[in-house]
Each structure stands twice: as structure tokens, then as C-alpha cells.
Ligand binder design. Structure first.
Ligand code: NAG
Ligand code: NAG
Ligand code: NAG
Ligand code: NAG
Ligand code: NAG
Ligand code: NAG
Length: 449
């Protein structure tokens, strides 16, 4: 029996081996079929399920809702709930700023406590708000907001130490970045723990053994900068000097810190790549952090695989790269090959969907194993809103979102997680969704195994 369970566990692991985290791609949530709207957020694990809460920016920067999504593999996410919704007036009313929601579980009260930046549209209030719920993704009850210990509070985060003590990390524009001790119930701020006098925002603390790592960004608005970290063995300090963790000059691979979390032992950086002119198209830059002693470094990966069972990660798999314009593909109902300057091979297939219901079918897609895998789809979408496609893989249908490709020439990436069969008879069809146009398709990147 034991060996049977072990065998099943191994098979399950093999079957999910090529699920990929693809930084900067369109991540479609099932249940809502939209690019995930959970900006500036974090992940809380409850009973082996990962819950991701963040800001909904579908309609610009003003508060719309705080969304919660769930996943068991960090790649396939399901929309669960709007945990805080737009109110007629007050802190959560129209034209308000509600940013960087971060929750933690209070063992003593049995409540999830959610802290967030509360502000007016001109950022003149600079307060920290708090809400509670019995369940991680439930409807939260909003309690109040204040300036902690009388200081301004903008970007914020929370940190639960290994002994259960809770802290609020808050950017006070006048004085610097603060770590404040929270009350036992996490609902109020008790006393100051540390003040970094340098100008940093977007804070996140990760504890490795006895060492605390503080990650944060410089202040440069929606534009990214080279985010920094420092370390200490006591939250009160002394803290080391700040230094880079990503490649210097890369602007943290074009992102800003949202959170740093341990996923079964893999330390993962969660960053936001903000697109200030169309915030809902902002993407998520999640990358593995390599922590060793008191150093943290973050490699740049186009795509990577997180093994939950072994607590390790590997770079993306070998791939085949089937082109949309390949002569073996089938185009119907007006779908056509067209010139595409930024596309591989200089061509894409357009006019998929629409009233004529054009379709593009890739045939002969190969895989050396029968497995659930993540396929990257290179596409162009010249609209300012998402396009959608109904993608049918070996008879299994998925609705996939495709963010605008704002710079015109370079294709964007959208990801699709589907079951592939061993052999080279896999068929992948792209059709329109609900009468709309699908994006132009450049090519697929399909894991070999
Ligand atoms: C989007 O936000 C604007 C400004 O806050 C508001 O007037 C409008 O009603 C919102 N639209 C939707 C669909 O929520
Ligand atoms: C917010 O509400 C909580 C729970 O009632 C309370 O403990 C805390 O003192 C309140 N904070 C402020 C600033 O009113
Ligand atoms: C951390 O530093 C504070 C302030 O110096 C001190 O009171 C506290 O005892 C220290 N904690 C530990 C665990 O050393
Ligand atoms: C920290 O930075 C300061 C100012 O640049 C420098 O004088 C000091 O030597 C640095 N300390 C360490 C431990 O590197
Ligand atoms: C990081 O990887 C992305 C995706 O492959 C690439 O576009 C970007 O140029 C890389 N950045 C750096 C600094 O290497
Ligand atoms: C368009 O084609 C797809 C795929 O063949 C099909 O599922 C869908 O029902 C068609 N839609 C319309 C409006 O004809």
C-alpha cells in the first residue's frame, strides 16, 4: 500500500512536471476568464492551498475591489471572491485609493487580518486600514484606518514572525520606512520597532533561519528601479547596508516588490510590472530568490518550474516552437496569414474569431509524454482591452485572455495549461470567444516533455 501511494505520488509529480511560472505573461484565471487582477498583493497558504489577494485594476487606479484567487500549483488560478467591494461612500467608496492588501492569520483570535493602504485620490490621507474575516478568501469586515503612531503610511505590508508576533511595514514619506509592532490581535499598531531613514517603499520581509531580509524599492512612482535588500538578526537592527538582489541596471527585471513568500521551501519574489497608462495590463514578475547566509540573489528566467513536492525549482523546459503560419496548420472562415514585423518568421495568423468565426488549427503538435503542461502563446493584440480565444486542445476547451501588446511590434505571451498526449497527433485549435476577435497568433512554445 505504501509503495502504491509513493508510486501514485511520483506519477502525479511527473504528470505536473512542466507547469511553468511565466513572468510578465497574461495569466488567465478560471472562473472569470480574465487576466488575474491581484496587483500589489501576496500569497497565504492554508491547508496546502495557495490564496493570492491583490488589487483589482480592471477599471484604472481607483478602488474597485480586493480580489482573492486560489491555486494548488501556483500556475492554474481560480477566481474565488471579491473580499472587499466598492461601497457607496467612505474609505472604500468611489475614487479612493486602496492598495497593497496583505493578510495574515492570527492564531489567538482565529481571524485573518488584512492590512492595506487607504488614501484619497490625491494620496493626501496616507493611512493604514485594517479588515478581518473568518476565512482567507471570505467577505472581510472593514474596521478602520489610521496613521500608525501618528505617521504617514503609504505602501505597506505585514510580517508574521516565527513566534507569531505581527508587524506592520509602512512607508512614512516624511521620515522613511518603518517596522511597527502590532497588537496581539494584529488590529492595531503598538510601538515602533525600526525606522530606515532612507527613502524606500514596497517593503517585504522574509525570514531565513535567524536572518531577516527586508526587500524594498526606491521611490520612483510606477516606474521600476533596482530594488534593494538588507539583513539583520533582530528586527530592531542593526541592519546591514542596502544592496541589489537582481541584476544591477535591470530595474529588478522591470518590476517592483509586492511580497516575498516561501512556497514549500522555494523562496519566491512576487513583483508587479506596472503599466501606468493601463493598469489592468500590469503583469506579475514571480521569480525564485536564492538565499544563502545573508545574501539574496534573483536570477532572470523567461519561464521556470516550481516543484512543490521537492521544494526546488528548475529553469523552463526544452520546447518546440510551432509557427502559426506553418503550412501544416488549418485556417478557416477568413483567418489569414499576414506580415508581422516583430513575429518569428515575420508572419502571424490574424482574423481569428469575429463575425466570420475564423479559426486556426495547429496539427501534429508533439510531446514525449502524456502530461498536463504549460504552453506559451506568442500573440499580438492591438486593442487597449483584452482579447479572448476559445482554445481547444485534443477536445478540451479553455477560454484564454490575451493582454494588449502595447509596443506594437513585440509579441506578448499568454499561457495555456492543457493536457497533451504522448506522440505527435496533438491538435490545438484557436477560435473566437463570444463573437469577438481573438488576437493574432505568432507561434506556440510547447514543452518537449
Ligand atoms: C470606472 O471608474 C470610474 C471612475 O472611478 C467610474 O466613473 C466608472 O463608473 C467605473 N466603471 C466601472 C465599470 O466600474
Ligand atoms: C480599529 O478597530 C480595532 C478593532 O475594533 C481596534 O482594536 C483598533 O483600536 C481600531 N483602530 C483605530 C485607529 O480606531
Ligand atoms: C532586539 O533588539 C531590541 C532593541 O535593542 C532588544 O530589546 C531585544 O532584546 C532584541 N531581541 C533579541 C531577540 O535579541
Ligand atoms: C555601508 O555604507 C556606508 C556608506 O556608503 C559605508 O561607509 C560603510 O562602510 C558600509 N558598511 C558596510 C558594512 O559595507
Ligand atoms: C530577463 O528575461 C526576459 C525574458 O526572457 C528578457 O526579456 C529580459 O531582457 C531579461 N532581462 C535581463 C536584465 O536579463
Ligand atoms: C465558432 O467556431 C467555434 C470552433 O469551431 C465553435 O465552437 C463556435 O460555436 C463557433 N461560433 C459561432 C458564433 O459560430
Amino acid at each position: 500500500m505504501f509503495y502504491l501511494i509513493l508510486l501514485l505520488a511520483c506519477l502525479l509529480e511527473a504528470a505536473l512536471a512542466s507547469l511553468q511560472i511565466v513572468p510578465g505573461a497574461t495569466w488567465t484565471a478560471s472562473g472569470i476568464n480574465q487576466h488575474i487582477q491581484a496587483h500589489g498583493g501576496g500569497i497565504v497558504e492554508v491547508d496546502s492551498v495557495f490564496y493570492w489577494m491583490g488589487e483589482n485594476k480592471l477599471n484604472g487606479s481607483a478602488f474597485q475591489s480586493i480580489n482573492c484567487y486560489s491555486s494548488t500549483d501556483l500556475v492554474q488560478w481560480t477566481f474565488v471572491n471579491e473580499v472587499l467591494t466598492l461601497q457607496a461612500s467612505g474609505d472604500l467608496g468611489p475614487n479612493r485609493v486602496v492598495e497593497r492588501p496583505h493578510a495574515m492569520y492570527n492564531d489567538a483570535t482565529g481571524k485573518y487580518v488584512l492590512w492595506m493602504h487607504i488614501d484619497s485620490s490625491s494620496y493626501g490621507e496616507a493611512r493604514a486600514g485594517v479588515a478581518i474575516s473568518d476565512t482567507i478568501c471570505g467577505d472581510y469586515t472593514y474596521l478602520n484606518a489610521s496613521q500608525p503612531l501618528g505617521f504617514q503610511s503609504r505602501d505597506l505590508n505585514v510580517f508574521k514572525d516565527t513566534d507569531g508576533t505581527g508587524y506592520l511595514l509602512t512607508e512614512d514619506r516624511v521620515n522613511g520606512l518603518r517596522i511597527d509592532l502590532l497588537s496581539d490581535d494584529y488590529l492595531s499598531v503598538v510601538s515602533p520597532t525600526h525606522l530606515y531613514v532612507e527613502d524606500y517603499e514596497a517593503p517585504a520581509i522574509y525570514k531565513s533561519g535567524d536572518t531577516y531580509f527586508m526587500f524594498a524599492s526606491y521611490l520612483s512612482g510606477w516606474s521600476p528601479n533596482d530594488n534593494q535588500y538588507c539583513t539583520a538578526t533582530n528586527l530592531s537592527g542593526p541592519w546591514s547596508n542596502w544592496t541589489n538582489f537582481a541584476t544591477a541596471g535591470s530595474n529588478t527585471y522591470n518590476s517592483q516588490t509586492a511580497a516575498v513568500v516561501s512556497i514549500n521551501g522555494v523562496v519566491m519574489y512576487m513583483g508587479d510590472r506596472w503599466h501606468s497608462t493601463n493598469l489592468m495590463t500590469s503583469t506579475y514578475i514571480w521569480l525564485p530568490l536564492e538565499i544563502s547566509g545573508t545574501t539574496a540573489t534573483m536570477p532572470n528566467e523567461t519561464n521556470w518550474i516550481l516543484s512543490l513536492s521537492s521544494g526546488t525549482w528548475t529553469p523552463g523546459p526544452s520546447e518546440t516552437t510551432p509557427e502559426a503560419e506553418a503550412s501544416s496548420n488549418v485556417l478557416t472562415n477568413g483567418a489569414v496569414k499576414q506580415t508581422c514585423t516583430g513575429c518569428s518568421g515575420g508572419e502571424s495568423v490574424g482574423y481569428i474569431g469575429g463575425s466570420a468565426n475564423g479559426t486556426l488549427t495547429f496539427t501534429g503538435i508533439s510531446s514525449t509524454v502524456s502530461t498536463t503542461t504549460t504552453i506559451r502563446v506568442h500573440h499580438e493584440n492591438g486593442d487597449s482591452t483584452q482579447r479572448y480565444a476559445v482554445v481547444t486542445v485534443n477536445g478540451v476547451e479553455k477560454i484564454v485572455a490575451f493582454l494588449p501588446t502595447t509596443d506594437g511590434n513585440t509579441p506578448g505571451t499568454s499561457i495555456l495549461t492543457v493536457p497533451l498526449l504522448k506522440g505527435n497527433s496533438n491538435v490545438i485549435e484557436f477560435a473566437g470567444y463570444d463573437g469577438g476577435w481573438a488576437p493574432d497568433i505568432d507561434r506556440l512554445m510547447v514543452p518537449v516533455s
